[in-house]
Unconditional design. Structure first.
Length: 236
């Protein structure tokens, strides 16, 4: 693996501090002199690092005032947004927005899959569903999450839309983390099993509308469960 440039190192470390909440949205970041002293690099290196983050719309430069952190919804780097969503302080908002994104993409993918899915894939979905049931009974969260992710991946593949898979690939790491967190709750597992059963039955019927509605209901239940069981006890 190639060594990261000094510009990349400085940009990454400043982004880490932003994600950690040291510089929240609207806050100004340190100037070139302070950052160059901290990282023991030239002011030119710091300037290029800041330009990198500005190009990704993580930072905004206001002439005569300074450099400020933009709100997350203005960032233009998917990698940076995913890092913020998995490591940042605004966890509740990121978790909800991730489900909103999944809802937009997965309901459509499920609708497409209903007209394209093979008998072998249907059996594969029933197999993953049975694995989820066994894992639920054995309180095996890791196995439950693995089967859950595999179930959804199979539907994305069955949609036969290459763009869906490409869009979802960067989300896998954060999805696994989120699923592990929510799947620790037995009631959430039980709800997921019921909805997965409805989804695979709809796909087996080859009815696109039924499949879309089944996935949409699952996404709504996922959102409701997140708010009820996971986010309710967290400070606002």
């Amino acid at each position: 693996m190639a060594r990261k440039s000094l510009v990349g190192v400085v940009a990454d470390e400043l982004l880490d501090r932003i994600i950690a909440g040291e510089f929240p949205p609207g806050a100004s970041v340190p100037g070139e002199l302070e950052l160059s002293a901290r990282h023991e690099v030239s002011r030119m290196t710091v300037r290029e690092a800041m330009k990198t983050l500005e190009a990704q719309r993580i930072l905004s430069v206001e002439r005569g005032r300074g450099t400020f952190v933009n709100p997350l919804n203005r960032w233009a780097s998917l990698e940076a947004v995913l890092r913020a969503a998995s490591e940042g302080k605004n966890d509740a908002s990121a978790a909800i927005q991730l489900i909103e994104l999944r809802r937009m993409l997965e309901t459509g993918a499920c609708e497409l899959a209903a007209g394209r899915i093979s008998d072998a894939d249907i059996q594969g979905l029933y197999g993953q569903l049975e694995t989820m049931r066994l894992a639920h009974g054995n309180n095996d969260v890791a196995a439950f999450v693995e089967a859950d992710l595999a179930f959804h991946d199979l539907i994305l593949q069955a949609s036969e839309n290459v763009f869906v898979g490409v869009l979802f690939e960067p989300l896998h790491r954060i999805l696994e983390k989120r699923r592990t967190e929510t799947s620790k709750v037995p009631d959430i597992q039980a709800h997921a099993i019921g909805h997965h059963q409805t989804i695979v039955d709809a796909l087996a019927s080859r009815d696109p509308r039924r499949a879309r509605e089944a996935m949409d209901a699952h996404m709504q239940q996922t959102l409701d469960d997140l708010k009820t069981y996971v986010l309710a006890d967290r400070p606002a």
